[in-house]
Design a protein around this ligand. Structure first.
Ligand SMILES: Cc1cc2nc3c(=O)[nH]c(=O)nc-3n(C[C@H](O)[C@H](O)[C@H](O)COP(=O)(O)OP(=O)(O)OC[C@H]3O[C@@H](n4cnc5c(N)ncnc54)[C@H](O)[C@@H]3O)c2cc1C
Length: 393
């Protein structure tokens, strides 16, 4: 009788396993962040200004156009790689992380998805080499209720005339291109919202006050002022009146990026805490030998592992073309909680030293707070998740 050969089913690689390409990509960025970013972190935080030379290096390293196809000068990479870059940068500095994040997961992503060919040719080669992008949705009176925005756009001939103010715009100081949302027909409510591509030297556009913040201090957060700002009709991104769709869908992807930023913050804080616990002696031995500290370090590591799996899963779902809206909201919600808890414990493990600016952990604690606020507060994520899970999704 012929012997039956039983074929073992193919084994699915673990979620957190990286391909050779991904590993190489991550290691390059990790090295760069250690060598070039880490030495500047403290000074940039104190001054509240991001080093311009570093941004140039981000472009040279290909960090500002990770997913952009080669034909426009980009890295032709995956969303997952963009997420790895945000995580690795944020492990060293959350401000560096958010610059890379906004460029890739918001601005380039929106251009790739919604820009027409002429707009892609005009902007993507610059986005990969010298142009920093910003994403301008929020206003003083409209944050969580983003579609209540008041900035108006009126069509006159071949131009739109924009009037209004934006608030809280990340990269405001450095950006040359703004994806900015304004309403072309307020009577239509959110159906009037339209996305515009605005260059910083368009007449009537200016950057206003820069916020003095608790955390991510080196990342600029600015007001934008539009006073009869003239924008060519050809600079409408996607369809007029469909800006709300662009805003929602771009932010869905962006949330995975913020999850990655918070994962990086948690890892960075944990690494300092674990090292310090093995060096700091009390009662004649390293504090890491006390079970109380060991359990804290273990709890932090476990939460980081869970956060990493959520980020990697959501990013891989996006690359696989699956619906990831629920997972993205959960990822941002959870990772921002983990970052805050881990960074807070790191401060405690450092004791009194942790509470001072002479040691690095208080900055991680300050930087962690933003994860619960931007790209939709935690309550907004819970609202999305509740709607989906109660709806059977
Ligand atoms: C550093 C920083 C960078 C930013 N970068 C950008 C950027 O690049 N581009 C951009 O467009 N915006 C940006 N923002 C704006 C950010 O997205 C908003 O601050 C955020 O969406 C919250 O809006 P808000 O500040 O108006 O708070 P509000 O919406 O006023 O919320 C205040 C509180 O009320 C809660 N709340 C509101 N509505 C509800 C509800 N229905 N149910 C339960 N709770 C509710 C919120 O959860 C929050 O706790 C940035 C903000 C900061 C601080």
């Amino acid at each position: 009788m012929a012997e039956l050969t039983v074929q073992k089913p193919a084994v699915t690689p673990p979620l957190v396993a990286l391909s050779e390409d991904e590993l190489l990509f991550r290691d390059n960025i990790r090295q760069f962040a250690e060598d070039r970013v880490r030495p500047l972190v403290k000074e940039m935080d104190e001054k509240g200004v991001f080093d311009h030379g570093l941004i140039r290096e981000f472009f040279q390293l290909g960090l500002m156009g990770i997913e952009v196809p080669e034909q426009y000068g980009g890295g032709d990479g995956t969303f997952f790689e963009a997420i790895l870059a945000v995580e690795e940068m944020s492990r060293v500095d959350a401000s560096a992380g958010v610059i890379v994040d906004v460029q890739n997961t918001l601005v380039n992503n929106a251009l790739l998805r919604w820009a027409n060919e002429e707009q892609k040719k005009r902007y993507l080669p610059r986005m990969t080499t010298e142009l920093v992008g910003a994403y301008a949705l929020s206003e003083a009176g409209s944050g969580s209720d983003a579609f209540a925005l008041q900035t108006k756009a009126e069509l006159r001939g071949d131009e739109y005339i924009l009037n209004g103010r934006k608030m809280w715009i990340t990269n405001g100081k450095e950006a040359g291109l703004f994806i900015l949302f304004a309403n072309i027909d307020p009577a239509q409510g959110y159906r009037g919202i339209t996305a515009f591509l605005i260059e910083k030297d368009f007449p009537g556009f200016s950057v206003g006050k820069k916020e003095d913040k608790l955390g991510i201090r080196a990342s600029s957060t600015c007001e934008l002022i539009l006073e009869d700002c003239r924008v060519p009709r050809a600079n409408v991104l996607g369809e007029a009146g469909k800006g709300y769709k662009i805003a929602i869908e771009t932010l869905n992807e962006g949330r995975i990026g913020i999850g990655a930023q918070m994962l990086g913050v948690a890892r960075g804080a944990w690494e300092y805490a674990a090292k310090y616990a093995q060096e700091r002696k009390q009662f004649g031995k390293p504090i890491a030998e006390f079970q109380g500290i060991q359990f804290q370090i273990a709890q932090m590591a476990t939460e980081i592992e869970a956060a990493r799996m959520m980020v990697y899963n959501a990013a891989r779902m996006k690359d696989a073309g699956m619906n990831f809206v629920k997972e993205a909201a959960m990822t941002k919600l959870f990772c921002s909680q983990v970052a805050e808890r881990v960074a807070s414990l790191a401060v405690e493990i450092y004791g009194g030293y942790g509470f001072t600016k002479d040691y690095p952990v208080e900055k991680y604690f300050r930087d962690s707070k933003i994860g619960k606020i931007y790209e939709g507060t935690s309550n907004m994520q819970l609202q999305t998740i509740a709607k989906l899970v109660l709806g059977g999704k």
